[in-house]
Design a protein around this ligand. Sequence first.
Ligand SMILES: Cc1cc2nc3c(=O)[nH]c(=O)nc-3n(C[C@H](O)[C@H](O)[C@H](O)COP(=O)(O)OP(=O)(O)OC[C@H]3O[C@@H](n4cnc5c(N)ncnc54)[C@H](O)[C@@H]3O)c2cc1C
Ligand SMILES: NC(=O)c1ccc[n+]([C@@H]2O[C@H](COP(=O)([O-])OP(=O)(O)OC[C@H]3O[C@@H](n4cnc5c(N)ncnc54)[C@H](O)[C@@H]3O)[C@@H](O)[C@H]2O)c1
Length: 468
Amino acid sequence: MAKTKYDYDAIVIGSGPAGEGAAMKLAKSGKRVAMIERHSSIGGGCTHWGTIPSKALRHSVSRLIEFNANPLFSRQDTPLHLKFSDILDHSQSVIRRQIKLRGSFYERNGVPVLHGEASFKDKHTLKFVRDDGSSDDITAAQFVIATGSRPYRPKSIDFNHPRVYDSDTVLSLKHDPRSIIIVGAGVIGCEYASIFRGLGVKVDLVNMRDRLLSFLDTEISDALSYHLRNSGVVIRHGEEFAKVEGFDDRVVLTTESGKIMQADCLLFANGRSGNVESLQVGNVDLQPNGRGQLEVDDNYRTSTDNIYAVGDIIGYPSLASAAYDQGRFAATAMIDGKCEKKLITDIPTGIYTIPEISSVGATEEELTAKKVPYEVGRAQFKHLARAQIADTQVGCLKLLFHRESRKILGIHCFGERAAEIIHIGQAIMEQKGKGNTLDYFIDTTFNYPTMAEAYRVAALNGINRVDG
Ligand SMILES: Cc1cc2nc3c(=O)[nH]c(=O)nc-3n(C[C@H](O)[C@H](O)[C@H](O)COP(=O)(O)OP(=O)(O)OC[C@H]3O[C@@H](n4cnc5c(N)ncnc54)[C@H](O)[C@@H]3O)c2cc1C
Ligand SMILES: NC(=O)c1ccc[n+]([C@@H]2O[C@H](COP(=O)([O-])OP(=O)(O)OC[C@H]3O[C@@H](n4cnc5c(N)ncnc54)[C@H](O)[C@@H]3O)[C@@H](O)[C@H]2O)c1
C-alpha cells in the first residue's frame, strides 16, 4: 500500500548512529527508505562534533604523553609540544575517513541521502528545506526521528564571545590556549580536561556535584580525581557558576561561592538538549520534555503511531554505542509490529579520560546498599608483564562477584585500553546461569603477556579472599 501512496516507505531524519542503524535495517529489509540530514555531510553529531573528534583528539594526546615519557624516543632536553590545532588536523582526517566509510553504506544499500532540514507538516508529510532555501514536501508511511542532541547553553553565557566555547565550537578553536576553565565535570568535561592537560594547558575543572562522575564505582571515580589532580588539573567540587565574563585577553568565571577564576578561554560542558525545535513535532501531536527529548515505548514508537524516535533525542543512555542498536530495534518494530530484542540491561560505560575508564554492572556502593554478599578481586596493571612492557602501569581491574555463587556482578577498570579490556569480562557476565562465574577466568589459559591476563590475576585474588 505504501508503495503507491507515499514517496517512501520510511524516512529517517538524522544520520548519526541511531539514524544509520534504522536506515540500514530498513533498507536491508527491502523498504524504500530515504535519509534526511541537514548537515552537509553524513555521520551525525557523533562523527562531526562528538564521539569521533573527541576520541581522535584524546588518542593523539595520549600518544604524545607516552612519547614524552619514553626515554627511548624522547632524548631531547625539551618535551615534544603539540598545539590543539595540530591534533585537530588529525581528528579532521579521521572525520573525513568516517564520512567516506559511512557514505558507502548508504550508496551500497540504495538509500538516498537528502541534505536539508526536515520538519513535520502532518503525520505523513515532511517539509524538506535545502540550504539554498528551496523546499519540497516529502511523504512516507513511517518516520524515524534521530536528530540527536546539542550542547545545552544557559542564556546567561555569551557563546558568541570568541573565548567562550561549548563541545561543538571547541573544535574550531584556532589558538593555543595556555589555560582553560571547564565548567561541568560530566563525561565531556572530564574527557576534555584530560585532553587539554595532556597538551600542557592549565585546567580548572569546575564541578557542580561533590565528586567526579558519581555514577561510577567510588574507587574508580576517586582514581580519576587523583590522576587528574596528579597531572595538574585543579578540580573544584560543589560549585555553581554565577557569571562568565569575556574580555579581549581573557575570560573570568565567578562562582556562587565567590571564587574567581580566569583563563585564556572557557569550555562550557554541562548538559545537552535534544534537537527537536526545528521538527515542528506539535504538528504531529508530540510534546517534548524540558530538555527537548521525546518519549517512546518499548518499541521506540512515539505516541503518534507511525513515528519512531531513537538515540539522544529520547534521552538515556545518550551513547553512540546504544544509539545504533536502538535504530535497528526501532526498524525491526516498524517492519514486524514489534521488536523482541531490547538493549542489554548492563550497558557498559567507556570514558576516554586519561587514564581511560570502563565499567559494566553493579558498583560496590550499589551491592552494599542491596546487602548483596559480594567479594572483590583485583589486578593492578603494574603487576602485569604486558603493562610493564608497554609502560602502561597506571590502572587496575576490579571484579565484583557473589561470595557463594561466584557470579560476576560488576567489572570496573581504569588505565590504558580499559574500554577494550572490559568487553572480555562483559562476555562472561552476559552468560546465563552457571555460564557466568569467576571460575572461567581461573580455569582458562590466557595469552601471555596480555592485558587480558588481568582477569586471571583478579579472579585468583578474589578467590583467595573467599577460600582464605
Ligand atoms: C564530546 C562528546 C563525546 C562523546 N563521546 C562518546 C563516546 O565516547 N562514546 C559514546 O558511546 N558516545 C559518546 N558521545 C555521545 C554520542 O555522540 C551520542 O550519543 C550520539 O551521537 C547520538 O547519536 P544520534 O544518532 O542520536 O544523534 P547525532 O549523532 O547527534 O546525529 C543527529 C543528526 O541529526 C541531524 N538533524 C538534527 N535535526 C535535523 C533536522 N530537523 N533535519 C535533518 N537533520 C537533522 C543533525 O545534523 C545530526 O547530523 C559523545 C558526545 C559528545 C558531545
Ligand atoms: N565516553 C562517553 O561515553 C561519552 C563521552 C562524552 C559524552 N558522552 C555523552 O554526552 C553526555 C555528557 O554530557 P555532559 O558531560 O554535559 O554531562 P551530563 O549529561 O552529566 O550533564 C551535566 C549536568 O547538566 C544537567 N543537564 C543536562 N542537560 C541539561 C539541560 N538541557 N538543561 C539543564 N541542565 C541539564 C544534568 O542534569 C547534569 O547535572 C552524556 O549524555 C554522555 O552519555 C559520552
